[in-house]
Design a protein around this ligand. Structure first.
Ligand code: ZN
Ligand code: ZN
Length: 293
């Protein structure tokens, strides 16, 4: 049995868990350690069963509780060298397993691969987590999907994908135009429409679970995200679960276990081909961080 939980998702904190019979992997730890334990227990996950923590990047809403939690439960943090260095600079040096974009890191029942994303962090990545025959992708805090990200997220059983803002709600928000522009830019956040387009591209019959995440509290609603994304998936033949992970409500468990006879998908363990699409330029894209969107 492989099960997915959302402990919470949004600009004030992100944490997900992938549970196996052996224990669970925390994917991002963007609340205080105490709050993560509280949220895990509320969903029926015993914190003592934590096996490791995989991080997408070092921003507080993704890694705020990671160091303390890793120390307390004596588990490793799986993150890119850049993310690990940034955590160390913030005064934490947890037990570590560096993630590299060129291959998979194995830990317990999990294999974790990653791919660079455009974001104003030290070395931010999207994650692909394999557990038995189940593949789960986690990607947020990026404004445009790259070729590498599309490659990483191919042939997934489940994806946790950012649906940050509704375009109309952003345009009519009280954010000044310059901030709106940057939120909607390449290094900003993915809109509901951007998410719908990406899911339409990524869809295969293997995809059974989609969790929309990191919704803006000011520029999005659960209903707006579902209304935009669902038709794009259904037109491709999606018949699975479409869920939304919210800031303060837990979600799960969602059973990801594959049934016998499920389409097996393509060979999936190769590293991703390249970091970014030609012509993209991080320096132009970022002047600040916009997790607060
Ligand atoms: Zn971030
Ligand atoms: Zn974030």
């Amino acid at each position: 049995m492989i099960r997915l939980y959302a402990l919470g998702s949004g600009s004030a904190g992100n944490a997900f868990a992938v549970e196996t019979p052996e224990g669970f992997l925390l994917v991002d730890a963007g609340f205080s350690a105490k709050e993560i334990e509280r949220r895990a227990r509320r969903l029926g996950l015993a914190p003592e069963r934590l096996l490791a923590i995989a991080l997408t990047h070092e921003h507080g809403d993704h890694a705020g509780g990671a160091v303390r939690l890793a120390r307390k439960f004596e588990v490793p943090v799986l993150a890119t060298p850049g993310t690990l260095s940034a955590l160390a600079r913030q005064g934490g040096a947890p037990p570590r397993r560096p993630l590299r974009t060129s291959g998979l890191v194995e830990f317990g029942p999990f294999s974790v691969g990653c791919c660079p994303i455009l974001h104003d962090a030290a070395e931010p990545v999207a994650l692909a987590i394999e557990c038995g025959s189940v593949r789960l992708g986690v990607a947020y805090d990026f404004g445009r999907p790259t070729a590498g990200l599309r490659y990483l997220l191919r042939e997934m059983d489940a994806v946790v994908l950012e649906a940050n803002y509704d375009e109309l709600l952003l345009r009519t928000s009280d954010y000044p135009p310059s901030v709106q522009h940057r939120i909607a830019g390449s290094g900003g956040h993915l809109s509901n429409r951007g998410t719908a387009e990406l899911l339409r591209e990524l869809f295969t019959t293997r995809l059974r679970t989609v969790v929309l995440a990191h919704l803006s509290q000011r520029c999005n609603t659960r209903e707006a995200a579902i209304r935009t994304v669902r038709p794009a998936l259904e037109i491709r033949g999606f018949r699975g679960r479409l869920e939304v992970a919210l800031q303060d409500e837990g979600l799960g468990p969602l059973d990801l276990t594959r049934e016998q006879g499920d389409p097996s998908g393509a060979e999936v363990s190769a590293p991703c081909p390249g970091p970014e699409e030609p012509g993209s330029n991080r320096d132009e894209l970022w002047e600040g961080r916009f997790d607060e969107a």
